[in-house]
Write a protein that binds this ligand. Structure first.
Ligand code: TRH
Length: 381
């Protein structure tokens, strides 16, 4: 059934918040024909992953999503029938008051961060009654099991990805659009999107002195390029690849979300981070090395271990060990990363087959947009 949706997104730092909210908004609109308003407080960040966004407009429509610049004071408006707050963002007080007095109370959902930890199963969908107002907020957790909200996976994703990955011409012309020259045939292609990481120098050394030729594409995104430039002793810039031994590094512009997907599809191994690129890399059906968003109490290491427990469960022992080791070294920022890289290279073929199986498994286990729409529809009755 067609419903109206208000999605609230505050860009705290980085790109994950808007990446997820934009993906959710357009999938609701495209695939379920829902009427979606997306409130975003930082249009400049949004513009980077969706260049069609005009930073100067308070209101615009892109892919049938009504995009609003979320500013203070917030206008007095009629709330949508379904209200999504991205990652616990605080909704405007006058909007909450309007929800409480609406003739049909909206369904209010907090879309949470992803985690593979087991507690998520029992917390997904829990209600939290408002202490003063006649409103209930529900917690909706993305995740990897049928008891969670599932993952954001576009309907045509697998088909589009498989077609692209099996099309040598598409692969070549994608690299050409990024101004990346053809590399030797046996080159291992990687992409790198991470936070600051003290293991970067050791990784670059392993790549430069390894047996295989490595090409690494690095989108311009804050921490990575300055860190790499320091390690390389030269300023990395798009269009000016840097060669060190067996390694060629190409800085590339920050891509829009769909092009970034293609980068993940075209590379043999992807280094990703945070939340959304982490899920997209799994869906790329290629091995990934994930750097979890660093948290002060080392909660990110627990998150990373919980993911690995699920991710490598069906892998053979050597591949599982190689994947665990490189994730542990990268997240602990250990100088051991070089050995871990070599071990992963030895297990490259099974790790790639495993990544493909995993992508199919998570695609089968549930689509977040459908689950969210059903969840909200049930509570509107
Ligand atoms: O940018 P991130 O570090 O975001 C993080 C996480 O969401 C984290 O959970 C949150 O707490 C923190 O921000 C505040 O990493 P993430 O989640 O991978 O988001 C990056 C987004 O940017 C993702 O949607 C993919 C997109 N992207 C592009 O569109 N083009 C690019 O070239 C690149 C590198 C990324």
């Amino acid at each position: 059934m067609k419903q109206t949706w208000d999605i609230f997104c505050s860009v705290v730092d980085n790109y994950g918040d808007i990446g997820v909210c934009w993906r959710l908004a357009r999938q609701l609109s495209r695939e379920l024909d829902q009427s979606v308003r997306l409130w975003v407080d930082d249009l400049a960040s949004f513009h980077r992953l969706c260049p069609a966004v005009n930073e100067k407009l308070d209101r615009q429509s892109i892919e049938s999503v009504d995009i609003r610049h979320w500013q203070s004071p917030f206008p007095l408006i009629e709330p949508a029938s379904i209200v999504i707050e991205g990652f616990g963002v605080k909704l405007p007080a006058n909007y909450i008051a309007a929800m409480a007095t609406a003739p049909l109370r909206p369904v209010w959902v907090n879309l949470e961060h992803i985690s593979a930890e087991t507690w998520v199963d029992s917390c997904h969908g829990l209600p939290s009654p408002h202490p003063m107002l006649p409103l209930t907020k529900y917690f909706f957790f993305p995740g990897f099991t049928p008891a969670t909200g599932g993952l954001l996976i576009e309907r045509a994703l697998e088909q589009t990805r498989d077609k692209f990955q099996s099309d040598e011409h598409a692969r070549k012309s994608f690299f050409q659009t990024l101004r990346i020259a053809a590399q030797s045939k046996d080159t291992v292609y990687t992409s790198l999107f991470s936070y600051e990481n003290a293991a970067l120098r050791a990784l670059v050394e392993a790549w430069s002195s390894g047996e295989r030729a490595i090409h690494c594409s690095v989108p311009e995104s804050g921490a990575v390029i300055p860190g790499l430039s320091k390690v390389l002793g030269i300023e990395l810039r798009p269009g000016m690849p840097v060669v060190r031994g067996r390694l060629t590094i190409s800085a590339i512009p920050f891509l829009d979300v769909d092009q970034y997907d293609r980068l993940l599809w075209v590379c043999d191994i992807n280094f990703v981070r945070g939340e959304d690129s982490f899920v997209r890399a799994q869906l790329a059906a290629r091995p990934l090395v994930w750097q979890a968003y660093v948290q002060s109490d080392a909660a990110h290491l627990t998150k990373q271990a919980a993911f690995l427990d699920r991710y490598v469960k069906q892998a053979d022992a050597t591949t599982a060990q190689a994947l665990r080791a490189i994730h542990s070294a990268w997240n602990k920022q250990s100088q051991d990363i070089g050995h871990c890289w070599d071990a992963l290279m030895k297990a490259r073929a099974p790790a790639t087959a495993h990544a493909r199986r995993w992508a199919a498994e998570i695609a089968d286990s549930g689509n977040l947009v459908n689950r969210l729409a059903e969840f909200c529809q049930d509570r509107l009755k």
